[in-house]
Design a protein around this ligand. Structure first.
Ligand code: NAI
Length: 308
């Protein structure tokens, strides 16, 4: 299986590293516009093969899309990340042009690939990719909910003082500080609702910390995070390449699901070899429905900026 990652920066390179370490691809191509940069990252990761125990071939290249030919999955991380104090939404002008041209070049060489969009503002970039590529909607997946859910489970594990892998939880809605919806009502520790262990105030704090999880890291690091984003992409790519049919919240094109149309936003999806195999209809309560509608309005407003 072949995976191409465009953008060999913090997220792209970490994603290549995590995919290699998962031993799920025979070849990974890293592509960047910075002369020699992707080549350097690829070589560095290749040199972990014998110490980490994988045999994936990793090819780095500068803008040479011929090397990406016949990829099964292509991941778009190219673009600028946010700096402290910036919102993801402020990246739209620059990243829209980059994402559109990168997606076109990728598809010329890998017409059957599943496309994973990471660049921010991710829901709008996913929508742009869907609208400009003319591909079936199951083949365009925005990665945001995987990361937001892993942050949610991390904050729950800290609040509960229990292992994160014993915790189930999901974040849906837009991938933005004010638009994501951590579903605290449905979160559980080994199947027991977390509300059995945490007070309302504690749950509210977990949700609030999750929502600004990315901004907290941007403040600490001076740029946006990469370990958890890269690992989250590898989790999604694993589900695709190994046809896992796993339920993962992803930003996908909606046609009536969750009461929304003509928008890409995070909803629970079954992810497998065809990309989005189906969208799962979980029964939201009235409060969650209202939050989802508000989140969709905000994402839709941002999509309007693509026209300007
Ligand atoms: P970075 O600046 O470290 O890397 C971006 C790379 O893209 C750079 O190496 C740059 O040379 C390259 N690039 C720019 N234009 C290009 C083009 N036309 N073709 C090929 N490569 C090009 O940034 P980082 O931290 O890796 O973030 C990348 C993007 O991912 C940002 O938009 C960021 O906001 C987003 N992000 C999304 C997350 C999500 O959950 N969806 C999580 C974290 C970051």
């Amino acid at each position: 299986m072949k995976v191409t990652i465009v953008g060999a920066g913090n997220v792209g390179a970490t994603c290549a590293d995590a995919i290699a370490y998962r031993r799920i691809a025979s070849e990974i191509v890293l592509l960047d516009i910075r002369e020699g940069f992707a080549e350097g990252k690829a070589l560095d990761i290749m040199q972990t093969q014998t110490t980490l125990g994988f045999n994936t071939k990793i090819v780095g290249c500068t803008n040479d899309y011929a090397k990406t030919a016949n990829s099964d999955v292509v991941v778009i991380t190219s673009g600028i990340p946010r700096k402290p104090g910036m919102t993801r939404e402020e990246l739209i002008g620059i990243n829209a042009g980059i994402v559109k041209s990168v997606a076109e070049s990728l598809l010329k060489h890998s017409p059957n690939a599943i496309v994973v969009v990471v660049s921010n503002p991710m829901d709008t970039m996913t929508y742009l990719t869907f609208k400009s590529m003319g591909l079936p909607k199951n083949r365009i997946i925005g990665m945001g909910g995987t990361l937001d859910s892993s942050r949610f489970k991390t904050y729950l594990s800290l609040a509960l003082d229990k292992p994160a892998n014993d915790i189930q939880g999901m974040v849906i809605g837009g991938h933005g500080d004010t638009t994501m919806i951590p579903l605290t009502r449905l979160a559980s520790y080994n199947g027991v609702p977390v509300s059995q262990f945490l007070s309302n105030d504690e749950l509210k704090k977990v949700a609030a910390d999750t929502m600004v999880g990315g901004a907290t890291l941007t403040g600490l690091l001076g740029t946006s995070a990469w370990y958890a984003p890269g690992a989250s992409v590898s989790y999604l790519v694993d589900a695709i390449l190994n046809d896992q049919k796993k339920m993962i919240p992803c930003s996908v094109y909606l046609e009536g699901e969750y009461g929304q149309n003509d928008i890409c936003i995070g909803v629970p999806c079954i992810i497998g070899k065809n990309g989005v195999e189906s969208i799962v209809d979980i029964k939201l309560n009235d409060e969650e429905k209202a939050l989802f509608a508000k989140s969709a309005d905000a994402v839709r407003n941002m999509n309007e900026d693509l026209k300007s």
